[in-house]
Design a protein around this ligand. Structure first.
Ligand code: ZN
Length: 286
């Protein structure tokens, strides 16, 4: 799932490539991907792209005259920039992975795509990003929050730190992958209880959050949008690396599975060498 660094990079790419171009047409191939109906997609035609910004994991393509195309890429969504499109014909609804196509006046544009069968990609055409329900609920930006804000938000929501860090209403921008990386860098167990973190642990966690996200943004920005996903993978130390050696200590990266997700961690770096209980495994054993 694209998280803060990838969305930031997509925004940077659009600022470089799309700003100043006029929207020719917005085509909706997956009706369910468009969550708003007023203003209609035709309202975007003829408007100039004046900016591209980010609210947590939401990408906001800003058009002149106060119109915003706000996109949440969900788990399997992505933005593909095209220098040109093979056909001038409008997209046919319901065919293939392309949910939305935005054509610009120089023949270029971008497709919002979603792989898999779970269709969760969401786009909103609004006059104010605050009209997007998910945006109004966002907590402070995880990368921008200072220590005082960060500490108050994390301690204010009692729960396992993994869940607290990925709760967009606590802090916005961090998802499953970067929370694994941040907790590894902070040498904290994903099951540590947020409200019980010491001042020192909180300061370390805040520093790790900034460092991991800043590094990832630096790696991602400047890459072509199409190669961003691979870049994300190459920078990860524990996430999606179950069974591989921890690059810090050499211990084997382990995993805890949940119904529809999993987390990865290093026992030596994060849990005093003790493996965490994996509910799925223990259920199988029983
Ligand atoms: Zn380690």
């Amino acid at each position: 799932m694209p998280e803060l660094p990838e969305v930031e990079a997509l925004g940077a790419y659009l600022r470089e490539r799309a700003v100043g171009r006029r929207v020719e047409r917005v085509e909706i191939a997956a009706i369910s991907a468009l969550k708003t109906y007023d203003p209609p997609p035709t309202a975007a035609a003829g408007r100039t792209v004046v900016g591209a910004t980010r609210h947590g994991k939401f990408l906001d393509v800003v058009l002149d005259g106060d119109l915003h195309l706000v996109v949440h890429l969900a788990r399997a969504g992505w933005l593909h920039y095209r220098d040109s499109f093979a056909s001038p014909a409008p997209l046919k609804p319901g065919k293939g992975p392309i949910a939305v196509r935005v054509r610009l006046d120089d023949g270029s544009g971008f497709d919002l795509t979603e792989a898999g069968t779970q269709k969760k990609l969401a786009t909103y055409l609004v006059t104010d990003p605050a009209q997007v329900p998910g945006v109004t609920k966002l907590g402070p930006d995880a990368l921008a929050a200072d220590l005082a804000t960060f500490g108050a938000r994390v301690r204010g929501r009692r729960g396992q730190i993994k869940g607290v860090l990925t709760d967009q209403s606590v802090l916005s921008g961090v998802g499953n992958a970067y929370s694994d990386e941040i907790l590894h860098a902070a040498k904290l167990s994903p099951f540590a209880i947020s409200s019980r973190l010491t001042d020192e642990q909180l300061a370390t966690l805040h520093g790790a959050t900034r460092e991991v996200l800043t590094d990832a943004v630096t790696r991602s920005v400047g890459q072509r949008a199409a190669t961003l996903k691979g870049e994300k993978r190459s920078g990860l130390k524990v996430h999606a690396r179950t069974g591989l050696p921890c690059p810090v200590c050499g211990d084997t990266v382990r995993e805890v599975s949940f119904a529809d997700s999993s987390l990865q961690y290093c026992p030596t770096c994060q849990t005093g060498g003790k493996p965490l209980a994996d509910r799925r495994l223990s259920r199988l054993v029983r």
